[in-house]
Write a protein that binds this ligand. Structure first.
Ligand code: WT7
Length: 692
């Protein structure tokens, strides 16, 4: 692969060297520079001096090498980790062009390693065994715990030995349905240690969703806990697991063991429903096992985990990540995008049930030997100052969260922030959806006291790690822009025909090469992998996001362009919500769209056509919402049910979502051409019913 200088490069380089770059240089030289560009936040001199990547020049040098010589660049990154046997003969191979056969991505194939070994044993061997790996902060203030790297390894080995004793072997799937207890990362690492494939299901998913995932991946074991407290609420997780396991066994998938952690602060053991032949208390069996467990050495391309995510059809997709490339990619992105140093204390508010919790609560930080804060509860409990209370308590230096939380804390007022010191903070991060400039500024000015760079990291479950992200200190920031690609990533913006656009432009965001952290397939459905991601624009990976690039080469993500809604950073397929609604016996048809929401980014807006003779009632509305809660989970519940005697359809029967989106957002003067509808009157009816 040879590096071709594309025409947008000179623009990006020239501008950063000229307009932006001269200022950066002055900052680095310690001169005070006033930015006449309102939109440009210059890096702080002190910060840049000590950053891993201290200048745009240094970035360019590294980026160019990563593109010209990916094999050399990534081999160097990989050699910082332990490989029992080196990969070879190729560092990577890729075919991203569906017209040239099967899509096939491999990195470090033939290399033999283990990610758990690299997270734990390796850090211990290099003398960091007594460093804190995990600080656990409970839902209730004052409740906490911690584990050093040595202690974490002991716990992981005990569970790994238990899993082995129960017949879990390399390649077997294990479902993990746990809240943010230390047992959650412990469970992930224990699976990785023995080569088992974990599939964490976010503990906010309903029994139906869990059942669907159990049926799909047929786990040997399910790991869970009896209950958890989130804020003031107690959530009975065991009941949900019981229902899911009953459902899956009726569908021919029986799980032999349900290992249940007794979380007695939330629910007493004796209050927990129990099936003697299947259920086992974690604390009764796991601590009896040896604290040493040999590592199962695996190939770099052996699967590490499955994580289900939403797409534009009703069935969730099992995104499969493998070991070696994912390991190197999460480690490198964590180190550079947060400018991680060994003295940092890192807190990411994401749950391990999502990809952010896989890559940037567990693997990325632990591979770097970091101290990680794990928080069980909700961020505004008991009051909206909780996050800053936690930051001060653990002297958090890197704080990574989602725009939805930033916006909600912003609404609660500065007082909750400023009453805490926060002086330990050094770097802030944002993920999950585009961060609007006003939230960005509040995060920067109020939370970070105008001192901490913000890494607005654009990436996806599928990408494994950051794709477009600031490198703090290396270049000026623009509030709301994810800025430039990470090493080794070649993002392109294409038009609807798949033509690459140059310079200032906007279109569909694709990637034209493979990177080590990329997912390798959708579990059990490689064809869907190829058609969903690689057939829209042959030769490219298509992200599903829209993006524009400005005159300085900065990237601005504009949201999903497919039928996926982003609610508080959670990805929800409209088709999934629609299927949940039509399961209600009195619902004839449903169409779901996303509308802008002040706090959540987007909220779910559902048009529902009842079956003949059914009248609108508040009870009916509630039972429709309940249907979504039980089919998917509370986080996917529609905010609004819009009564729809009919839906706007073309003569061929296709629902015109464009019109529904306009009605949902009350942009009634922008409905556009409705003459192609089978029954244009439907639109007036819907408008009349809008506020009932
Ligand atoms: C979708 C992926 C990857 C972690 C969490 C979500 C949106 C994510 C950003 C960002 C703009 C973002 C995209 C993407 N997204 N981060 N910094 N700026 N949009 O993972 O559930 O796989 O969702 O989240 O739309 O496609 P996910």
């Amino acid at each position: 692969t040879s590096f071709r200088v594309r025409s947008r490069w000179p623009v990006m380089v020239r501008n950063l060297r000229g307009r932006v770059g001269s200022k950066v240089e002055a900052v680095v030289m310690g001169e005070a520079v006033a930015s006449e560009d309102e939109d440009l936040i210059l890096p702080n001199h002190e910060f840049a001096q000590h950053a891993h990547v201290p200048s745009f020049e240094k970035y360019l040098e590294m980026y160019k090498r990563s593109i010209e010589d990916p094999a050399g660049f990534w081999s160097d990154m990989a050699s910082e980790f332990y490989w029992k046997e080196k990969w070879g003969p190729h560092v990577y191979s890729e075919n991203l062009d569906i017209t040239k056969g099967n899509i096939n991505i491999e990195w470090f194939k033939g290399g033999i390693t283990n990610i758990c070994y690299n997270c734990l044993d390796k850090n211990i061997e290099s003398g960091h065994g007594e460093k804190i790996a995990l600080h656990w902060e409970g839902n209730e203030p004052g409740l906490d715990d911690s584990l050093t790297y040595n202690q974490l390894l002991d716990r992981v080995c005990q569970l790994a030995n238990y899993l082995k004793e129960n017949g879990v072997k390399k390649g077997d799937a294990v479902i993990i349905y746990l809240p943010m207890l230390m047992e959650l990362p412990i469970a992930m690492l224990a699976c990785a240690r023995i080569g088992a494939v974990h599939s964490v299901v976010f503990a906010g998913f309903s029994a139906e969703s869990l059942e669907q995932r159990i049926i799909d991946c047929k786990p040997k074991l399910v790991l869970t806990c009896n209950a958890v407290k989130r804020g003031k609420k107690v959530i009975n997780l065991k009941d949900i697991v019981d229902a899911a396991l009953l459902g899956s066994s009726q569908n021919g998938v029986s799980v032999g063991v349900c290992l249940t952690y007794a979380n007695e602060l939330a629910m007493k053991k004796e209050d927990t429903k129990w099936q003697k032949e299947r259920d086992v208390w974690w604390q009764d069996v796991v601590p009896k096992h040896a604290t040493k467990c040999d590592v199962e050495w695996v190939d770099a391309e052996d699967p590490l985990f499955l994580l289900y995510t939403s797409g534009s059809t009703g069935k969730p997709k099992g995104v499969l990540h493998t070991t070696g490339g994912y390991m190197i990619y999460t480690a490198a992105t964590f180190k550079y995008a947060f400018d991680y140093k060994p003295s940092d204390v890192y807190w990411c508010t994401a749950d391990c049930g999502w990809i952010t919790g896989h890559s940037y609560v567990s693997y990325g930080p632990l591979l770097n030997g970091a101290t990680v804060v794990l928080y069980e509860g909700v961020p505004n409990y008991p009051d909206p100052g909780r996050c800053w209370d936690i930051v001060d308590k653990y002297k958090v230096t890197i704080f990574y969260t989602a725009p939805t939380l930033v916006r909600s804390l912003m609404r609660d007022g500065n007082e909750y922030v400023t009453r805490y010191s926060r002086k330990s903070l050094r770097v802030l991060g944002s993920v999950g959806e585009p961060i609007n400039p006003s939230a960005w500024r509040w995060f920067y000015n109020v939370v970070g006291d105008s001192r901490c760079p913000i890494s607005d990291t654009w990436w996806q479950t599928e990408t494994g790690g950051f794709m477009i992200t600031p490198l703090p200190g290396a270049w000026p920031q623009k509030p709301g822009s994810a800025t430039f690609p990470f090493f080794g990533v070649q993002p392109v913006i294409v038009d609807e025909k798949g033509k690459e656009l140059e310079g200032e432009c906007s279109g569909y965001l694709c990637v034209k090469n493979s990177w080590p952290g990329a997912f390798r397939t959708l579990y059990g459905d490689h064809e869907r992998y190829e058609t969903t991601y690689f057939s829209a624009f042959p030769g490219y990976y298509f992200s599903g996001d829209g993006c524009s690039r400005d005159k300085d080469g900065y990237h601005w993500l504009t949201g999903r362009v497919d039928d996926v809604i982003n609610v508080s950073g959670h990805r929800i397929g409209t088709a999934e919500v629609e299927s949940a609604l039509v399961l209600h016996p009195q619902c004839a048809e449903a169409a779901v769209v996303g509308v802008e929401h002040e706090i959540k980014g987007q909220s779910i807006y559902a048009f529902v056509t009842p079956v003949e003779g059914v009248e609108y009632s508040e009870d009916f509305r509630k039972s429709l919402v309940l249907s979504v809660r039980t089919q998917i989970g509370a986080f996917a519940a529609p905010d609004k049910i819009h009564w729809a005697p009919g839906l706007p359809k073309t003569r061929s029967g296709k629902i015109m979502r464009r019109i529904l989106r306009k009605i949902a957002s009350r942009q009634l003067d922008e409905l556009g051409d409705t003459s192609t509808l089978a029954d244009p009157q439907v639109v007036d009816q819907l408008i009349d019913l809008a506020d009932t």
